[in-house]
Design a binder for this molecule. Structure first.
Ligand SMILES: NC(=O)c1ccc[n+]([C@@H]2O[C@H](COP(=O)([O-])OP(=O)(O)OC[C@H]3O[C@@H](n4cnc5c(N)ncnc54)[C@H](OP(=O)(O)O)[C@@H]3O)[C@@H](O)[C@H]2O)c1
Length: 261
């Protein structure tokens, strides 16, 4: 779809991926409504000169934050929503606080569904519109140490596919992209150490942002970033037992990094 002249709501815009994605989208000619919780971090987003943008402070786990984002998106004339805000919490489920589990589900799954639902009446009136959901490899290859996050991202993948099918006769496209690890602040030192131990590749936010922009520009509905992650996502779909076996061999190392001291 056309990015020059597109008007995009980007959540999580002040995060590691969001701030780079904002720049890529601006370079492609889009106007931006950038949201996050931290106003000071939002103000530090580095955009190209002449970019048409607005900043909005909103916590998307609260109804008030959803309402203010929808109101701002309508005034802005948005035709694309990118659900990028997210949180993670590496650790074994048995050792996690329920409040953290709830926060993971609310931010990564509840908020994008709620925001999308609230903005849909507006988006369906636009001649060309899109909802882009930023998932994760863990949504297709659920991973030990990331149970709630995997559940939320698997839910987001299911939501994206169901919504795409529901909107097939509308002007709204639904895009779901599943990056593997990205070099951003969402990954604390324990996750970075685990990735090094397991030899898991980490992409730069620039590479992932370019991939997302290309998917939007070329109308690609589903994308996994990285190989062999793309292969394991496919394998987990029809032979999860094989993936169980493969990951069983990594469990001791995962537990070593995930277990609280
Ligand atoms: N980094 C990875 O390894 C990786 C891999 C696959 C997928 N992803 C996905 O990529 C997306 C971007 O993550 P990132 O790596 O850029 O992480 P990040 O640097 O931690 O940024 C997360 C962003 O989400 C926002 N956010 C968190 N909770 C929020 C809430 N309740 N309401 C509104 N905004 C909230 C944060 O805003 P504040 O800072 O203002 O709270 C921040 O802008 C996420 O959906 C993540 O799951 C990341």
């Amino acid at each position: 779809m056309q990015l020059k002249g597109a008007r995009i709501v980007l959540t999580g815009a002040n995060g590691g991926l969001g701030r780079v994605l904002a720049r890529e989208l601006a370079n492609a000619g889009a106007a931006l409504l950038l949201t996050g919780r931290d106003p000071a971090a939002l103000a530090r987003i580095d955009l190209p000169a002449g970019c048409d943008y607005q900043l909005l402070q909103a916590d998307l786990t609260h109804g008030g934050g959803i309402d203010s984002t929808v109101q701002a998106a309508r005034s802005f004339g948005a035709n694309i929503l990118i659900n990028n805000a997210g949180v993670a919490n590496f650790g074994l489920l048995a050792e996690q606080d329920w409040n953290d589990v709830e926060r993971i589900l609310a931010t990564n799954l509840g908020a994008p569904i709620r925001l999308t639902q609230a903005l849909l009446p507006w988006l369906t009136q636009q001649p060309e519109a899109a909802v882009v959901n930023i998932g994760s490899t863990f949504g297709s290859v659920p991973f030990a140490g990331f149970t709630a996050y995997s559940a939320a991202k698997a839910g987001l993948r299911g939501f994206s596919q169901a919504l795409r099918r529901e909107l097939a006769d509308s002007t709204v496209r639904v895009i779901h992209v599943a990056p593997r690890a990205i070099d951003t602040p969402i990954n604390p030192p324990a996750v970075r150490a685990l990735n090094r131990t397991l030899g898991s590749a980490t992409d730069s936010p620039e590479l992932v942002a370019r991939h997302i922009v290309a998917m939007l520009a070329n109308d690609v509905a589903e994308g996994h970033i990285g190989f062999p992650e793309r292969f394991f996502a496919w394998l987990n779909g029809f032979a999860p037992g094989l993936v169980d076996q493969g990951l069983r061999g990594k469990l001791a190392k995962i537990k070593q990094h995930a277990t609280k001291a």
